[in-house]
Design a protein around this ligand. Structure first.
Ligand SMILES: *Cc1c(COP(=O)(O)O)cnc(C)c1O
Length: 406
């Protein structure tokens, strides 16, 4: 069967919309266009019913109560609301936040913002696989710590955070615990009760839903978490996120969440097998490294470095596969990623990282094509690399005296 080219292997930056999600959304653009806040007629009631059903479905995915779900414009807004909302609301109890050095910019940048406002933020280091040590989290929490924020799955290197362990620590130390769960809910199980999560950020377009919609789980008891809103106005979403609800988007997010709950184990196992197949094909190539954790990693993420091959060159060369050099948000600047720096990837390898990310609609023939195309391109690029040639001849590059022409 002919494959549609290029093959999409960038699920970490966005996922295709599931057809079943679109089908449920469509009537809410046309016939059911009501404002979910209109209480005086059937148009409004109809929209409100749809929003409430979506709330139940999103809550169901997380083991939460529907009243604990706040709809937002996406993962970035959810993370901003969690970090800034807690910091502002609890400022009198303390002005210290604990997070890690490998967060998405949706958490990192709000933390930097807080620092400019006089808060203190501890950015915990991670090990060479991208794991944060829960004991370090415990040691970092002080009397004035109001929030601990970690991500569920790293968007660049795929490493999974030990959420339940950190949740227990936060409970014991009475710090509010936010998880940036934008990536991974389609293959990883998250239960806010079991894992001691107080806030969780969700993004529609990372779980086969539409772009521009997201949610924040906000715990209502033990403890009841309060938030200062970022956006003020008409009183929607229990005063935590004002503005007329994006009904079609919310309906889509609800359906996407429902599908994740239903398909999670199946998708997870299938996608993990595809990733393992790809890594099995790459790992035998000399001077090839896996970035991130070998086992505690997101099912659909494979981040590799082929030494002597620039990531950007590989992306251009293997142009029948849509891949990225890491995070879509920072790759445009060509700056070395803060995540690779944090896991101690050296200067010589920092520009070689390539992220393959796949999911629900990735097929095995697509993986085979991507493997063949990648290996072909790596070989071609290495054939042109004088450094690779020297290494093949047994020269230790560390002993070479380079002449500086500048
Ligand atoms: C995509 C992503 C976000 C941002 O979500 P948007 O809906 O794109 O704003 C935040 N955190 C992580 C880990 C992500 O992967």
């Amino acid at each position: 069967m002919a494959q549609r080219l290029p093959i999409y292997m960038d699920y970490g930056s966005t996922t295709p919309l599931d057809r079943r999600v679109l089908d449920e959304m469509l009537p809410y653009f046309t016939d059911h266009f009501g404002n979910a806040g209109s209480r005086s007629h059937a148009f409004g009631w109809n929209a409100e019913t749809a929003v409430n059903q979506a709330r139940e479905r999103v809550a169901g995915l997380l083991g939460a109560h529907p009243t604990e779900i706040v709809f937002t414009s996406g993962g970035t807004e959810s993370c901003n609301l969690a970090v800034k909302g807690v910091a502002e609301m609890y400022a009198e109890q303390g002005r210290h936040v604990v997070t890690t050095a490998v967060e998405h910019r949706a958490v990192m940048d709000p933390c930097r913002h807080l620092e400019r406002q006089g808060y203190e933020v501890t950015y915990l280091p991670v090990d060479a696989t991208g794991l944060v040590d829960p004991e370090r989290v415990e040691a970092a929490i002080r009397k004035d710590t109001v929030l601990v924020s970690v991500l569920l799955a790293n968007n660049e290197i795929g490493t999974l955070t030990p959420i339940a362990e950190i949740g227990r620590i936060c409970k014991a130390k009475k710090a509010i615990f936010h998880v940036d769960a934008c990536l991974g809910l389609d293959t990883e199980r998250v239960d806010v009760g079991e894992m001691g999560i107080d806030l969780a950020s969700i993004s529609g377009h990372k779980i086969y839903g539409p772009k521009g919609i997201g949610a924040l789980y906000v715990r209502r008891r033990n403890p009841r978490v309060r938030l200062a809103p970022l956006i003020e106005g008409g009183g929607q979403e229990r005063g935590m996120r004002h503005g007329t609800a994006n009904v079609p988007g919310i309906v889509g997010l609800g359906k996407a969440a429902d599908l994740c709950r239903e398909l999670r184990d199946e998708d997870g196992a299938r996608v993990r097998a595809l990733r393992e197949k790809m890594w099995a094909a790459f790992r035998g190539v000399d001077y090839t490294h896996l970035n991130g954790h070998p086992t505690l990693r997101l099912a659909g993420n494979l981040n590799v470095s082929f030494e002597f091959v620039e990531g950007e060159s590989l992306i251009l060369g293997a142009n029948d596969v849509a891949i990225s050099s890491g995070s879509a948000c920072t790759s445009s600047t060509l700056e070395p990623s803060h995540v690779l720096r944090a896991i101690g990837v050296g200067e010589e390898r920092v520009h070689t990282s390539i992220r393959f990310s796949f999911g629900r609609f990735t097929t095995e023939p697509e993986v085979d094509t991507a493997i063949a195309s990648t290996l072909r391109t790596v070989e071609k690029l290495r054939d042109m690399s004088p450094l690779y040639e020297m290494v093949k001849e047994g020269i230790d590059l560390k002993t070479v005296q380079w002449t500086d022409h500048h």
